[in-house]
Ligand binder design. Structure first.
Ligand code: AHR
Length: 498
């Protein structure tokens, strides 16, 4: 492998390490919010959960959905709690109590140091509700909706900068799903008017729900053709699973993510060329993760209960490896992927789990996400990698070594992230560090487990944890390390000049 200081991909947008909290299952109720919990603050937010979220250093959190948003009346969640209606949530077949709404979520986001990425309902609603919500959240005062916010106890505007124009509007499962043309026009008009209310906001238009949708590519091209001038980003979503227990194939799925990103970049640039536009549309990968463990259990959940356990995947060691590789895919295209949201954050396909009334703990996937969020700030460098490769059911030429590097110029720190996809063999990493001759290894953290199906649970929360006992050494610009089979590695180097 070669790492060269001048092979720069891009300055990484910190919003690449965003996450997502939906009104779904126990994400809000029993997750971030649980009045009466021993750690709850005055507002009812669990401090144990908030402190784990802070460990992840998540800069932006998408809210309130997801599929939920396509049937949501934002007005239900503001004002006196005792007057808020209980509603059927058709997306997840539950009852929404509306105890938490946009104001409480904004308060909580501040507690965890994140911005809110607010989604509007383009399923059952449209331009009017969207412009009113922007006015409620972002207008200083002196108008109906801004004064309503002030009357609700929020003198200062929330000033949300990033907004999603609906969610997965191509999906038949979506409340109010639309054709690309119907959605494109609605997104365009909503976007136009939202920016009239607050010209400083940035907007994400919905791409396809995933790259396997029959209308994928055509959907993106049509929607962008219509709404190109009004929007700033297009969304991508993907979830992977290992249903057939074929781990080499599962670990190769990040190659699909690479391909997906490349295709959406190409579509954005095709529309740009067609319009002779000087504007570039960037990507918001605002839902990504592993999701499959909970699928069967979810089919057995009684409808119309409040905050039932839903989508509660318990993640394995091998899931953490794929999540690591998916993070490397995002870094690899950080020139165009400016926003990404790990879906989700608490209890629902999440790095953080809770027992209602009990403890909170870190899942296996917590660790690669935290490592890249904490140490992956700065400039993404393009490594030149030579690695043995393998073929799997759906992929050919899969490199055993998956790696990316990030240079933090201010701190003079270089971090090499690496997955060894080889389940049985160690991998001898040998890397020429060009321009980093004076850098030395300060830490080599490893996440591995003899059992690829090992998990963390409430009873055994520290079963899969990283250790700092990796073998990496750097001497005069030569970095060497032995990467354990099926391992996630974080090799941190620092200049010795000061
Ligand atoms: O994150 C879970 C769900 O996955 C979201 O609500 C939806 O947007 C996607 O299908």
């Amino acid at each position: 492998m070669i790492l060269e200081k001048d092979f720069r991909i891009s300055e990484i947008d910190p919003r690449l390490y965003g996450s997502f909290v939906e009104h779904l299952g126990r994400a809000i109720y029993g997750g971030i919010y649980e009045p009466g919990h021993p750690t709850a603050d005055e507002a009812g937010f669990r401090q144990d959960v908030a402190s784990l979220v802070r460990e992840l250093q998540v800069p932006v959190i998408r809210y309130p959905g997801g599929n939920f948003v396509s049937g949501y009346n934002w007005e239900d969640g503001v004002g006196p709690r005792e007057q808020r209606p209980r509603r059927l949530d058709l997306a997840w077949q539950t009852v929404e109590t509306n105890e938490v709404g946009v104001n409480e979520f904004s308060d909580w986001a501040k507690v965890v140091g994140a911005q809110v990425m607010m989604a509007i309902n383009l399923g059952t609603r449209g331009v009017d509700a969207a412009r009113n919500l922007v006015e409620y959240c972002n207008h200083p005062g002196g108008t109906y909706y801004s004064d309503l916010r002030i009357a609700h106890g929020y003198k200062d505007p929330h000033a949300f900068k990033l907004w999603c124009l609906g969610n997965e509007m191509d999906g038949p499962w979506q409340i109010g799903a639309k054709t690309a043309y119907e959605y494109g026009r609605l997104a365009q008009e909503s976007a136009k008017v939202m920016k009239w209310v607050d010209p400083s906001i940035e907007l994400v238009v919905c791409g396809s729900s995933n790259s396997a949708m029959p209308s994928f590519a055509e959907w993106e091209a049509t929607v962008l053709d219509i709404a190109y001038d009004e929007v700033d980003y297009i969304s991508l979503h993907t979830y992977y699973g290992n249903r057939d227990n074929d781990t080499p194939n599962f670990l190769a799925r990040s190659l699909d993510m690479d391909r997906f990103i490349g295709s959406v970049v190409a579509i954005c640039d095709y529309v740009k060329a067609k319009r002779r536009s000087s504007k570039t549309i960037n990507l918001s990968f605002d839902e990504w993760n592993v999701w499959f463990h909970s699928n069967d259990a979810d089919r057995r959940v009684e409808p119309w209960s409040v905050a039932p356990p839903l989508l509660e995947d318990i993640y394995t060691m091998e899931d953490a490896l794929l999540v690591g590789s998916m993070l490397l895919s995002l870094l690899r295209r950080s020139d165009r992927v400016k926003i990404a949201c790990l879906a989700q954050l608490v209890n629902v396909i999440a790095p953080i789990m809770t027992v209602t009334g009990g403890a909170a703990w870190r899942q296996t996937i917590f660790y690669p996400f935290m490592h890249v969020s904490v140490y992956g700030r700065g400039v993404a460098l393009q490594p030149i990698i030579q690695s043995d490769r393998y073929d799997s059911k759906d992929f050919t030429d899969v490199p055993y070594l998956d790696s990316m590097a990030v240079l933090n110029e201010e701190k003079e720190e270089l971090t090499v992230f690496a997955v060894n996809r080889n389940l049985r063999g160690s991998l001898e990493l040998s890397c020429h560090l060009r321009g980093f001759q004076d850098y030395a290894v300060i830490e080599h953290t490893v996440l591995r487990h003899d059992d690829l199906k090992a998990v963390n649970t409430a009873e055994n929360p520290f079963n899969v944890v990283p250790t700092s006992d990796g073998s990496a050494r750097a001497v005069e610009g030569a970095l060497t390390a032995l990467l354990a089979p099926a391992s996630w590695n974080v090799i941190r180097l620092k200049s010795t000049r000061r």
